[in-house]
Ligand binder design. Structure first.
Ligand SMILES: Nc1ncnc2c1ncn2[C@@H]1O[C@H](COP(=O)(O)OP(=O)(O)OP(=O)(O)O)[C@@H](O)[C@H]1O
Length: 365
């Protein structure tokens, strides 16, 4: 990192290894570091399948860990309560999207609407020059005078996909101290600093669904039963019934409960008709997609540009042509047909290691 002078930096501390190491590194570099944890979700609302309350575990334990790490590192520590905002801006969107027949990405929403909006604002109120997080991504200044967002150096941990909504103004206020490191290096540093969280495991996929059972989460939020309906093929033949469209995601094979000579996959979800559409593997392939709410970190120089794109987080970027349309829309054409284009997921455009921009998948083409 190339910060010359001593800066005031707020570190977003989740209680995990990554943000703990980020805080320790910045402190060691001599900056004035302040730790903040966001309380975004109250697990005591959550009932486990056996009726047990999750109670004191998870989010409160994480905040406890963050506080103890802050003490260890020797920095002041605060907790901000964003529960109401997180419910409104992340969870309600997550639930709505599933009930619209789409598969949402709450981590992008949280970055866009909570971490790099409300928390960044809070950091500014505290007089901080920067907000640092433990994300694996890099920000670099270019010769064009703009800031560029690059993949994290560790290909297994790169989180740039979740950050495509960042603006120039936000990028100028953010630090990703771990962007140039690998996870094993970060773990070694945690051990060297003797951080109490050095051995802590990876965080779960969706922070507000502690047992990863998102179906049960949705049903607790909105109730079950209403979205039940038919399982059909593309020709409209009824092959079976399902208990709720939100239980299905494009590309899914399990849980269909249909006896059929060939494996069947979910190829579409029509929430208005309460139908889950299934077909053989070939029907998963799409030549392209349309995207809405597209934003650019590196604005394209022409109406159509070559890029690679990721259509979900765990996707290897594939070559494509992106055509910019009016109203923040874009059309994407893959060089080779691509499997499981899923409405509601983010499509993120890259040039090599650089994030050009991204948007939200509307439909396959
Ligand atoms: N509840 C929280 N309060 C403050 N900051 C948070 C919180 N949750 C996540 N962050 C910040 O966002 C970053 C990325 O979050 P993510 O949930 O992907 O965690 P992670 O990659 O497992 O990192 P960590 O090991 O720090 O938990 C974290 O490193 C941290 O800086």
């Amino acid at each position: 990192m190339a910060l010359k002078d001593k800066q005031r930096i707020v570190v977003a501390m989740s209680g995990g290894v990554d943000s703990s190491v980020a805080a320790a590194l910045l402190k060691e570099e001599g900056h004035e570091v302040i730790g903040i944890s966001m309380q975004v979700w109250d697990y005591s609302k959550f009932t486990a399948p056996d009726g047990e309350k999750f109670g004191t575990c998870c989010s409160l334990d994480d905040i406890y860990d963050a506080r103890r790490v802050a003490e260890q590192v020797g920095i002041p520590f605060y907790v901000v309560n964003f529960e109401e905002e997180f419910q409104r801006l992340v969870i309600d969107d997550f639930v709505d999207e599933y009930f619209r027949g789409r598969t949402p990405n709450p981590c992008v929403r949280c970055n866009e609407r909570i971490k790099f909006a409300l928390l960044l604002h809070k950091a500014r109120e505290l007089g901080a020059d920067y907000l640092a997080t433990g994300h694996y991504a890099r920000i670099e200044g270019g010769e064009d005078g703009r800031l560029h967002l690059l993949r994290g150096l560790d290909p297994g941990k790169d989180q740039s996909y979740f950050l495509f909504t960042l603006t120039q103004e936000q990028l100028g206020r953010i630090l990703f101290p771990l962007g140039g490191m690998t996870k094993p290096e970060v773990r070694q540093l945690a051990a060297r600093y003797a951080l109490r969280v050095a051995e802590k495991g990876e965080s779960q996929e969706i922070c507000f669904v502690p047992d990863n059972d998102y179906v049960r989460f949705l049903e607790e939020e909105r109730g079950a039963g209403e979205m039940a309906g038919e399982i059909v093929d593309r020709a409209g033949n009824v092959l079976g019934r399902h208990e709720g469209t939100y239980r299905y995601t494009v590309g899914q094979r399990r849980g269909l409960g249909i006896a059929h000579p060939h494996p069947l996959y979910v190829v579409g979800v029509d929430a208005a008709r309460r139908q889950v559409i299934v077909g053989p593997k070939e029907e998963l392939l799409a030549a392209g997609l349309t995207a809405a709410n597209v934003t650019w970190i590196a604005p394209p120089a022409a109406e159509t540009v070559e890029a690679t794109c990721k259509i979900r987080y765990r996707h290897h970027p594939v070559p494509c042509l992106v055509t910019v349309r009016e109203g923040g829309r874009a059309e994407v054409r893959f060089r080779e047909p691509e499997k499981s284009v899923t409405p509601g997921q983010a499509v993120v455009f890259y040039a090599g290691d650089e994030v050009l921009g991204g948007g939200w998948i509307e439909e396959r083409r």
